[in-house]
Write a protein that binds this ligand. Structure first.
Ligand code: CMP
Length: 138
């Protein structure tokens, strides 16, 4: 899985109508889409997805926010996908994100930060399988 990563276009970016612009940036950066789904999390499914953060002070807010509207989940492929995608999206806090990154352009806050990107190959595989069955992965 070294050439795959997982992303979500989060509720703030989807509801603002930025899904197309963000997807265009992702494709222009050389990623190909291997799975894609418009869906909506519940507080419970968001809680499972972000279970690794369950002890963090922002966990309850994060689960409420991530279940507040539709999201687009995608599996992406590219050489060095995890690292290159994190460069493309920029720092978690848009205030710290580099110019030209997706979060710098589209994120509203550290929580409503437009997109998710997996932090390791292992998590990319786990997160992709959270949303997609084998039949849905091309
Ligand atoms: P993401 O990369 O999806 O992984 C965890 C998410 O938690 C992160 O993006 C933000 O949406 C949110 N998050 C991380 N740190 C904070 C924080 N300090 N305050 C609020 N939300 C945070």
């Amino acid at each position: 899985a070294t050439n795959k990563t997982f992303t979500m276009i989060k509720p703030d970016a989807f509801s603002a109508g930025n899904s197309g612009a963000i997807t265009k940036m992702i494709e222009e950066a050389g990623f190909s889409i291997k799975a894609m789904k418009l869906t909506k999390l519940t507080a419970e499914t968001a809680g499972k997805f972000y279970a690794v953060h369950s002890e963090r002070p922002f966990y309850n807010d994060l689960c409420a926010y991530m279940s507040s509207g539709a999201i687009i989940a995608m599996i992406l492929e590219k050489d060095n996908a995890v690292e290159d995608f994190r460069k493309l999206i920029g720092a978690t806090n848009p205030a710290d994100a580099a110019e030209g990154t997706i979060r710098k352009i589209f994120a509203k806050s550290i929580e409503a930060n437009a997109v998710h990107g997996s932090d390791s190959d292992e998590n990319a595989a786990i997160e992709g399988s959270f949303f997609f069955s084998e039949l849905e992965k091309i």
